[in-house]
Design a protein around this ligand. Structure first.
Ligand code: T5A
Length: 206
């Protein structure tokens, strides 16, 4: 059986990943493609528990290295029990965030060493990399304004502007490093234009 495609959606806070994940799912179903939709951190019962620990606001400060290891612990579980089995069955996997977020948030945001992240990436994922990554990009203020409209902020969303600018730069660096895989989408444009671009980019996988 032909193995499925692995598509990830990436970008800063509130730039439209979740909205467009649903749009892509509908497009693929219309083409009779079997698809699963999942997210990181999360995607299994254990990984969703780790997500909650990572996102909740708590009195105990989470050390940067703990945060990094919890992200990869959740990812190891997700890959073994959800992503790889689905791809093997020929399903397409649509994932809201993956390892580019680790390079961006723990690398660009928390300033952890990229070599450490890369070592963990190879250890946890082995050969697994996305076939296509859509990177939703816009000035940080645009995404944060959309997030604030939604209400209470999670642990990451309370970070300062300098953190999110580091995140954005690191995402753009990842896109420069992997131009074949990562396609940048201007998330400041109206949703209809964003979705037109997504349709064209999905055509690359045919
Ligand atoms: N994280 C994650 C790490 O630090 N390291 C890692 O390795 C991983 C995997 C996860 C957090 O974990 C961190 C990063 C994150 O902080 P999350 O919930 O996945 O959290 O991430 P968020 O970015 O917070 O998700 P959001 O749901 O806030 O943002 P989305 O999904 O990008 O945005 P969405 O689709 O909900 O849209 C937000 C609003 O904007 C509107 C939508 O209708 C919605 O109201 N919108 C638009 N409005 C105008 N024009 C457009 N083009 C629009 N697109 C969407």
């Amino acid at each position: 059986m032909k193995s499925g495609k692995f598509i990830t959606l990436e970008g800063g806070e509130g730039l439209g990943k979740t909205t467009n994940l649903k749009f892509i799912e509908t497009l693929l179903i219309e083409q009779d493609i079997s698809v699963i939709v999942t997210r990181e951190p999360g995607g299994t019962r254990l990984a969703e528990k780790l997500r909650q620990l990572l996102l909740e606001n708590s009195d105990e400060v989470i050390a940067e290295s703990t945060e990094l290891l919890l992200m990869f612990a959740a990812r190891a579980q997700h890959i073994k029990y959800v992503i790889k089995p689905a791809l093997k069955q020929g399903k397409w996997v649509l994932c809201d965030r993956f390892t580019d977020s680790t390079y961006a948030y723990q690398g660009g945001g928390r300033q952890l060493k990229l070599e450490t992240i890369s070592w963990l990436e190879n250890f946890v994922q082995q050969q697994l990399r996305p076939d296509l990554t859509l990177l939703f990009d816009a000035p940080v203020e645009i995404g944060m304004a959309r997030v604030k409209k939604r209400g209470a902020l999670d642990r990451f969303e309370t970070e300062k502007l300098i953190f999110f600018n580091g995140v954005r730069e690191a995402f753009l660096q990842q896109a420069a490093n992997y131009p074949q895989r990562i396609k940048i989408i201007n998330a400041a444009l109206p949703l209809s234009e964003v979705q037109q671009t997504i349709k064209q980019l999905l055509g690359l996988l045919k």
